[in-house]
Ligand binder design. Structure first.
Ligand code: ADP
Ligand code: MG
Length: 333
């Protein structure tokens, strides 16, 4: 991240500079929402930059407090503990969020399905990882999927038809970044939240330089891109995979089969909205490059796959990625 900050210090933020004086770049590394985050802002003064980062952090903390499944006091935990058949009332903000969640669940044919809390629990995805017995896997699968819940968007209620739970892993970070976007005013900002990057405000000349990691070694950059607006989310890479009895198990599951997804590369999705980029990178990882690129072309979604092939990595992008307003590939590492 030091490299990012250095690179930015050398570029100019025309939109801010035009208001007089050289803009100040302020950056901070924190641990939030269970992951490492880097926040940076370009602002007319250091104080306004710092204030923007304070606001962003407060929004991330608040979103974590609302969505976290680790905290028993969060709203999502309350939903997960809600008895079957009793409607659960969502706040207007969560109602808006769940409308988007259901939209992407349906559009991806269930490849993105955060109703798989029981399945992920059976495989201990958020712990050390475990291979469930055939019976436990079958039972978990029978309690998994958004099809076990109904969402009434006019009343903003969710009702469970089975003892299913919601896992926010594939959309919570994107939702948090969208809330930051709504909260920040004039500053130009960039947040890298555990691999999902959003930017907002006036764009620095040429955009924010960011890297897409090598899918085989998550800490090695592979592609250099510039982000001009919106959000870039990457799913995959080995970092978060589990190793159970010597077998490598992805933390991303195919909700349709109930098995860990098998794709060995990564997929990055650019979208104006963070939640959409987040949900879609998970869905396209589940689909894999063949099905995923067909889906991305049909839905005009900006997706870029990095596909390990022997010693090399093949790059395959949808047409929408090549023409997307918010992202440009500038080079290979
Ligand atoms: P990361 O968290 O590494 O950025 P993703 O955004 O792709 O990766 O989200 C993966 C997380 O989402 C998993 O750790 C799990 O909590 C949850 N998850 C796994 N598979 C799915 C799926 N098919 N649909 C929705 N959520 C999923
Ligand atoms: Mg995701």
């Amino acid at each position: 991240m030091t490299r990012l900050v250095t690179a930015l210090a050398l570029t100019s933020c025309a939109a801010l500079a035009a208001r007089g004086g050289a803009p100040a770049l302020v950056a901070r590394d924190v641990y939030v929402m269970g992951t490492r985050a880097t926040l940076a802002a370009y602002a007319p003064t250091r104080d306004t930059g710092r204030a923007a980062l304070d606001t962003a952090l407060a929004v991330l903390d608040e979103t974590e407090g609302e969505l976290s499944t680790w905290r028993d006091t969060s709203r999502i935990s309350a939903l997960n503990h809600q008895p079957v058949g009793v409607p659960w009332q969502a706040t207007p903000t969560l109602c808006h969020m769940f409308a988007a969640v259901w939209q992407w669940y349906e559009a991806t044919g269930g490849a993105f399905d955060p109703g798989i809390g029981r399945l992920l629990e059976a495989w201990d995805v958020h712990g050390e990882g475990a291979i469930p017995t055939r019976e436990a896997a079958r039972r978990a699968q029978s309690l998994s999927g958004l099809s076990r819940l109904s969402f009434d968007s006019s009343r903003c209620t969710l009702t469970k038809h089975a003892d299913a739970t919601i896992d926010v892993g594939a959309f919570g970070k994107g939702e948090a970044l969208d809330r930051v976007d709504a909260a920040l005013g004039d500053s130009a900002w960039m947040i890298n939240l555990g691999g999902q990057i959003s930017v907002g405000g006036p764009t620095p000349a040429g955009g924010w330089p960011v890297a897409i990691a090598d899918p085989r070694h998550r800490d090695r950059p592979f592609l250099q891109v510039r982000l001009l607006e919106g959000s870039l989310s990457t799913s995959g890479g080995s970092e978060r995979n589990l190793v159970v009895n010597g077998i490598r198990v992805s933390h991303i599951f195919d909700p349709r089969s109930g098995q860990p997804a098998r794709f060995g590369g990564s997929v990055s999705v650019w979208h104006r909205r963070g939640l959409a980029a987040d949900a879609l990178s998970t869905a396209l990882f589940v689909m894999g490059p063949d099905e995923g690129l067909r889906w991305a072309e049909a839905h005009r979604v900006a997706a870029l796959y990095l596909i390990p092939a022997g010693d090399a990595v093949r790059v395959a992008a949808s047409a929408a990625f090549q023409t997307a307003a918010g992202v440009r590939v500038t080079g290979l590492e």
